[in-house]
Design a protein around this ligand. Structure first.
Ligand code: G3P
Length: 218
């Protein structure tokens, strides 16, 4: 399974990269706004900086909602760097745009996915990645992980090449369960990635090893 970090914060991207486990980055308009990145040029420059920090797939989202504008924006985003993956929403125009990008060798991430039917459409359009938002499904009292497992089954049975990118991860257990359910990628906040490190028995065990070493060597 690949690990992406879901943020536009450069320090957090560097911290995850330095851990040696990072395969890529996803962003969205809310995450860009959170970092105070506004205006087309600043946004493009920010994507450039992310591409310089991480050698892996970097998802950059179109803002337009109609087909022609999505194509224009997506082409401009793809021109920033060869690692850019154009992120387009699961809408009628979004699916048409994903098909267009696929036919023109531009890789895509279909975002805002909440059902297996949407996952089938995105795969048929040739999406490189599919982003089911598992945390937001859980928020609605449904089971986001169950959706990942259902899509993984469908993609295996049908032989679809689209990779399942579990998004809207909120905690370390989401990562573990998404991996178990067949996600190809998890895109996570830094806190969830670092949360995977934690176990009290590791801390207790390390303290004991160090104390025993100190006693024996003093
Ligand atoms: O990857 C999508 C993600 O940024 C959405 O997360 O927590 O806003 O549902 P969240």
């Amino acid at each position: 399974m690949k690990f992406f970090i879901d943020t536009a914060n450069l320090e957090q991207i560097e911290e995850a990269r330095d851990l040696g486990i990072l395969d890529g980055v996803t962003t969205n308009p809310s995450l860009m706004a959170k970092e105070g990145i506004t205006g087309d040029e600043n946004i493009k420059n920010h994507y450039k900086k992310i591409c310089e920090l991480v050698d892996g797939d970097i998802s950059a989202e179109v803002i337009a909602t109609d087909f022609d504008e999505m194509i224009k924006e997506g082409k401009a985003l793809a021109d920033i760097h060869e690692n850019i993956v154009v992120k387009a929403p699961m809408t009628k125009d979004g699916v048409k745009a994903i098909r267009w990008f696929t036919d023109h060798d531009i890789r895509t991430n279909c975002t805002l996915v909440f059902s297996a039917g949407q996952a089938i459409l995105a795969a048929k359009a040739g999406a490189t990645y599919l982003s089911p938002f598992i945390g937001r499904i859980d928020d609605m009292n449904w089971d986001g992980i169950e959706l990942i497992a259902q899509i993984a089954d469908i993609y295996t049975v049908q032989g679809f090449a689209t990779e399942i990118l579990a998004a809207s991860i909120r905690n370390p257990l989401h990562i573990v369960r998404a991996a178990e359910a067949g996600a190809d990628v998890c895109t996570c906040p830094l806190s969830s990635i670092l949360g995977l490190l934690k176990h009290p028995l590791t801390d207790i065990g390390l303290a004991k090893f160090l104390a025993d070493h100190k006693k024996a060597n003093s």
